[in-house]
Design a binder for this molecule. Structure first.
Ligand SMILES: [Fe+2]
Length: 171
């Protein structure tokens, strides 16, 4: 299993360690978040009993939270997606544990398969989708813990238009 890409910074080698805040307000650098996400995705026996599949929308559950970071499990049935969103200034990473997801950015789209991880800095906007014909499960790590998320739409010119903001109280 390999780290497929990072949005900011090079993957760090060696043992995961707390890093100096290189991103505004993010106690953990994206590469470390990727490491955390991948480590948990590699051990489904620790969490698979929690996972549910919800035809009404993505199922998610926070499985860890402290002052520095939080970890969520998300399940995706075929066709379920997040829509374009940011992470309110948090850095993050997600690792696909089962199935395949697609990460869409304004001018870019990439498949993230089981065993792969994506990480990103605090300015990242994306739309994550299950465009496959099978369920998917992913592990998401954010640092600092998410406090707000803003939603976006694409206008006719393909540019992002900011929509509503959601706060942690909404989820
Ligand atoms: Fe996201």
């Amino acid at each position: 299993m390999t780290v497929t890409a990072t949005e900011s910074g090079a993957p760090e080698s060696g043992a995961p360690a707390r890093t100096a805040p290189s991103e505004a307000g993010s106690p953990f650098a994206p590469a470390l978040l990727a490491e955390r996400a991948r480590a948990l995705a590699d051990h489904p026996e620790e969490w698979v009993h929690r996972v549910r599949l919800d035809p009404q929308g993505r199922w998610y559950e926070r499985v860890h939270q402290d002052a520095d970071h939080e970890i969520w499990l998300i399940s995706w049935l075929p066709g379920q997606s997040t829509g374009f969103h940011d992470h309110g200034g948090s850095a993050g990473a997600f690792a696909v544990a089962l199935g395949t997801l697609e990460e869409h950015r304004v001018h870019d789209r990439r498949e993230v398969g089981a065993g792969q991880v994506r990480s990103f800095g605090p300015d990242h906007v994306h739309d994550v989708r299950n465009t496959s014909d099978a369920p998917a499960v992913s592990v998401h790590v954010y640092s600092p813990p998410l406090s707000t998320m803003r939603r976006y739409d694409l206008d006719a010119g393909g540019e992002l238009v900011r929509l509503a903001a959601e706060s942690a109280d909404d989820w």
